[in-house]
Design a protein around this ligand. Sequence first.
Ligand SMILES: Nc1ncnc2c1ncn2[C@@H]1O[C@H](COP(=O)(O)OP(=O)(O)OP(=O)(O)O)[C@@H](O)[C@H]1O
Length: 372
Amino acid sequence: MYIHELSMRSYRNYDQLSLTFDDKINVIIGENAQGKTNLMEAIYALAFTRSHRTPRDKELIQWDEEYAKIKGSIFKRNRRFPLEIIFSKKGKKAKLNHIEQKRLSDYIGALNVVMFAPEDLNLVKGSPQVRRRFIDMEIGQIQPRYIYHLGQFQKVLKQRNHLLKELQRKPSADRTMLQVLTDQLIEHAVTIVERRFKFLHLLRTWAVPIHEGISRQLESLEIAYDASVQVSEEMDLETIKINFEKKFQDIEAKEIERGTTLAGPHRDDLVFYVNGKDVQTFGSQGQQRTTALSLKLAEIELIHSEVGEYPILLLDDVLSELDDYRQSHLLHTIQGKVQTFVSTTSIDGIEHEALKEAEIFHVSAGTIEVQK
Ligand SMILES: Nc1ncnc2c1ncn2[C@@H]1O[C@H](COP(=O)(O)OP(=O)(O)OP(=O)(O)O)[C@@H](O)[C@H]1O
């Protein structure tokens, strides 16, 4: 799939903009703070209805404006369809084929995007939250129903935490309600964990051989799910559910004492091993980067295998962070099959064969010019 046209209004530092892209490689060049990341972010937001760098939609609206609008014309399975997203101070609206989608989960997934930004190099080193977000966003775009379960889980989690705080202060508060909320929480948690297991199985299928390739057969990658409840990928749904129930019975007193939910998918993590050693603790910076790159390349192949089309790849200021070998590996893998956006302050240092045919855009203070 690819984006043919993109237009924006009052989005970050862009007043008004309309661009046509190459279906292969587009390079966005500009000095710092001119709007490169804002453009990448807009494409990401068109796919996910949110930014990759802030949870606050209001920040996307140009200062002193009432709303921001992004429109895209997408080609998928040889058919063209429009996407539109409007962020206003009251909320957001997402339109697919000109029709507003009541649930965002009916919209997300129409456009598949993989973003690789410098902070993704932190996927291995960063906090568990970064890895949970990675896994949740990726499952969400191939299985939009997952987003619904995640939203329901968050809702119940909030109510449950609220009640646990109340019980912490006042032990006579409603215990029956706690049981009701625990049952609801478990119902969504089991679905989330089961879908994460299935996703990890697919991710491994692609990431392990890719990592072996990038490391010239020197490293073998393993990915494990570090769960806060005794569950594993071999278990059936019923066993997972029983183990959740047991866990919450065991920790009830502790949860009331702390006033918060201490187990569940919001506390889980991913662990990456290279040659049997935990990369987060023992890996070199190079190994951590290779792992992050393998995961991103695996995502591209995984989406292709699940959706039947390659996603759009956004490489925001990240090529120059990779050494020549990893850069070549990346560009070689995507060449010709993945519409890619590369942002950079300078094209020197990334003179790869793949970029020769690229469409070049120059960004300066919220305006973009195509290089003739
Ligand atoms: N809501 C907004 N309204 C108007 N301008 C904004 C808004 N949010 C951010 N900006 C401006 O956008 C610019 C930052 O653009 P962007 O993050 O795309 O930089 P960049 O070109 O990627 O630079 P770098 O190479 O430093 O990452 C800044 O000048 C910032 O002040």
